[in-house]
Ligand binder design. Structure first.
Ligand code: KG4
Ligand code: ZN
Length: 331
């Protein structure tokens, strides 16, 4: 069979990225321009600035992606783009750019759901990974436990009732004075501390999650005693969050009798969460998969990988494609 080359375009938040992926599994290039340095001084992503930055760099990033992959636009079979969920202005930059490129080249335009893209990041790291599996998506904007029955078939089993995990990490980091982006900073400081502070973990009858109680407890403790050991506080926060995540995954494993757990999204870079799931895998004799670190956080290779499966499933869009900020998984 002829190789299929997909160009992926991602601009849903603060990373502008273009990638070329072969047959949904092999990354030929994955150029990422992060705006972290620009948003750092505001303590979080400023949507208007994000859109402007995407506009300034997207064409240059696209050319770099082709050059690095040693291919031309003629070699590309289809153009896949994130059309939601995300910041509407940021999404529109990628969507408009992809539509223009599709129009001038005559190549099919493939819409990709950003959350489904995070799952597909795992196909690039684990060439043998195939559905069905259970997937835990933990990112800055989303926390979902999903049954992935097939490449394009998703069933949400549980989701957060309040904050996303990454959002809680970022808020805790800001409150204890670590700055933005918080996740990696909490991860590092926690390595110097002990999880010796008891924090409230809410368990539901179903597979839903909640993180705002844990986050608020951390904020209150820090407020009450500004000299509290920050490393211990971060370690305790991570331990409570991880208990919430692992307890639901254990419940889901029992309910769905599966031995394959796939973790995806920016927070899956967290060293403590990875270690905890590795321990769980040993204990329960199951397999746990994570994307390699660069494919955990936002990037276009994961969008091209998901785009490949949408392409072979003939999920194409026309030039009416719009950005959908609150797009749900499976839609
Ligand atoms: O998936 P992602 O790049 O963007 C969304 O789709 O939301 O995730 C970004 C999130 C941020 O909240 C960031 O703080 C978090 O992932 N993150 C981490 C780590 N690295 C990134 N959280 C905990 N530990 C990390 N090492
Ligand atoms: Zn993301």
């Amino acid at each position: 069979m002829k190789d299929v080359l997909i160009m992926g375009i991602e601009s849903s938040c603060d990373e502008t990225s273009v990638a070329i992926v072969k047959n949904g599994r092999e990354v030929l290039s994955n150029v990422i321009n992060s705006q972290i340095k620009i948003h750092e001084e505001y303590g979080g992503v400023v949507p208007e600035i994000a859109s402007r930055c995407h506009t300034e760099v997207i064409n240059k990033i696209m050319k770099e992606a082709l050059e690095e992959a040693k291919v031309t636009l003629d070699d590309i079979d289809a153009i896949a783009v994130t059309h939601g969920p995300g910041l509407v202005g940021a999404l529109l930059v990628g969507v408009s750019y992809a539509k223009g490129l599709s129009y001038v080249t005559g190549k099919p335009l493939i819409p990709v759901n950003h959350i489904e893209g995070h799952i597909a990041g795992n196909y690039l790291t684990h060439n043998d990974l195939k559905p069905p599996f259970l997937c835990l998506i933990i990112s800055g904007g989303h926390t979902h436990l999903v049954k992935v029955t097939d490449y394009n078939d998703f069933e949400i089993l549980g989701k957060t009732r309040d904050d996303a995990v990454g959002e809680a990490f970022d808020k805790v980091a800001r409150v204890v004075g670590l700055g933005y982006p918080g996740g990696p900073k909490v991860d590092n400081l926690a390595k110097e501390g002990k999880p010796n502070i008891k924090l409230p973990v809410t368990h539901f009858d179903n597979l839903d999650f909640s993180f705002s109680g844990i986050k608020t407890a951390v904020i209150n403790l820090n407020h009450k005693d500004p000299n509290i050991n920050k490393a211990d506080l971060c370690a305790s926060f991570q331990a409570a969050v991880t208990e919430m995540l692992t307890s639901n995954v254990i419940k889901a494993i029992k309910e769905f009798d599966t031995d394959k757990i796939v973790i995806a999204g920016g927070v899956s870079r967290n060293s403590y969460i990875r270690k905890s799931f590795d321990d769980l895998a040993n204990e329960l004799n199951i397999k746990v998969y994570y994307p390699e670190p660069i494919l955990c956080t936002d990037n276009a290779a994961m969008i091209a990988a998901m785009g490949y499966y949408n392409y072979i499933n003939e999920e194409k869009a026309d030039l009416k494609l719009n950005a959908i900020p609150n797009l749900k998984i499976g839609e």
